[in-house]
Design a protein. Structure first.
Length: 322
């Protein structure tokens, strides 16, 4: 309910916002809340799916298609907008005629707000690009989030930009496709407008922290989609692709499943592991740890024996936190 309240309380004026709430076949009473809200507010549309889709992709695609406004924004059910989030992004995208406007976000962990560190820390406060290739460093982890952005709907529809269904990394794919096609991209690098609630424990822990075997398979499918998109578009972004390999390696190491299954998935991305850059920098972790990770990935890529050795090593120390 905090998520919805944060939209209702926008200083932009809630009457100027169309809020589409999609229930992905929940069984926890969410349906009743959504029915109540849609009855109370004429600008809230509730949509109820008959079957759970297994990922956020289908609900988001439906939301885009059902929206009537010129611009589209996203919000996860356990996160919040800062009070001026809509007005700040809307005024920027309309002023500059952008396809995409992005800002920074707070991470909320155990009641504590933190500013996520990334390559953006080293960039100007205001960034305007005609193509992402003008500064491909901006294809960093925090830039590939969908909920800290506003998108021009016509731009999404014209380029047939959708979330791939049945996978994870769906937000990265969506943004990569958006950035590749966009001709007017703006980063509000000094503005923090979104509150991302990270849950490390419990039944409702964040997907990024839920290392279930089925999620590993979904991440594999999502990463394959991303690399296939880059091949189709004939694009190569070294640091971005190396960051994606680091993220997937984290899942290979921490997911509790058969080693042979992990090895099979690892071999699917042998081309990308071979081209992994030893100089990949993750700004949100200490440099020494970053170097250790990079050498570890190069080491595990020598052959299957070294791959299995790395898995055993990290299973013993269990201190990865990317």
């Amino acid at each position: 309910m905090n998520a919805v309240e944060s939209v209702i309380k926008q200083d932009f004026g809630f009457e100027n916002i169309e809020l589409i709430l999609i229930d992905d076949n929940s069984n926890d009473g969410t349906c009743d809340i959504l029915k109540y809200l849609s009855d109370k507010y004429c600008n809230i549309k509730a949509i109820f799916l008959k079957e759970n889709s297994g990922s956020p992709s289908k609900p988001r695609n439906i939301g885009i298609n059902e929206s009537n406004g010129e611009y589209v924004m996203f919000l996860d059910n356990d996160d919040e907008y800062c009070p001026d989030f809509c007005s700040k992004l809307y005024s920027t995208i309309t002023k500059y005629g952008g396809d995409i406007v992005s800002c920074r976000n707070y991470d909320l962990t155990n009641g504590k707000y933190n500013k996520y560190h990334s390559i953006l820390d080293k960039k100007p406060d205001f960034i305007k690009l005609n193509s992402i290739e003008e500064d491909s460093e901006l294809l960093s982890t925090t830039s590939m989030l969908i909920w800290n952005k506003i998108y021009k709907k016509d731009f999404l529809m014209k380029n047939n930009i959708k979330f791939p269904e049945g996978t994870l990394y769906e937000d990265v794919y969506f943004n990569l496709n958006s950035f590749i096609n966009a001709e007017n991209i703006i980063f509000l690098n000094d503005y923090y407008g979104y509150i991302y609630n990270i849950r490390y424990e419990g039944d409702d822990k964040s997907t990024s922290q839920d290392f279930k075997p089925q999620n590993l398979i979904k991440f594999y499918k999502g990463l394959k989609n991303i690399f296939d998109l880059l091949d189709t578009k004939n694009k190569y972004f070294s640091n971005f692709q190396s960051e994606m390999i680091i993220g997937f390696t984290k899942w290979l190491i921490l997911t509790d499943c058969n080693v042979d299954c992990k090895l099979k998935l690892f071999h699917q991305f042998k081309k990308q592991y071979n081209s992994f850059s030893l100089f990949t920098r993750l700004e949100h972790i200490p440099l020494l740890f970053n170097v250790f990770i990079n050498f570890g990935i190069k080491f595990m890529n020598f052959n299957d024996f070294f791959f299995k050795m790395i898995l055993k090593l990290f299973k013993l120390i269990k201190f990865i936190k990317l």
